[in-house]
Design a protein around this ligand. Sequence first.
Ligand SMILES: [Zn+2]
Length: 115
Amino acid sequence: MRSRFSAFALGLDDYIQQSWHPDTCPQGPFTEAGTRWTQLQVQQASESGDEGQVTFAATFHAEDGWHQLIEQSRFVKQADGWKYLDGQPQWLRLQPGRNDACPCGSGSKFKKCCA
Ligand SMILES: [Zn+2]
């Protein structure tokens, strides 16, 4: 899960495809040049046998501002590792206040950072 987030953050389309279950993998490209992924919070993770579930919130910046993807993902274990099967995504638009923590993850207030 974290490695997939890193792959999105770094634009590693090959890794994203390789870690996606072949039955559900769409056509790439998977990453967009104008999108910057900044933070990942894993909220819940569980595993039973060859099936895993991860709920996460990922923050990113696109041309039109800050967004958050909250998703409950399903993973399946195969011979060469865990594969992303599918998920239920929720896309939120973030509207950080001037005194809120900056969504880039710097730890600074928004007004002193990316505002
Ligand atoms: Zn910032």
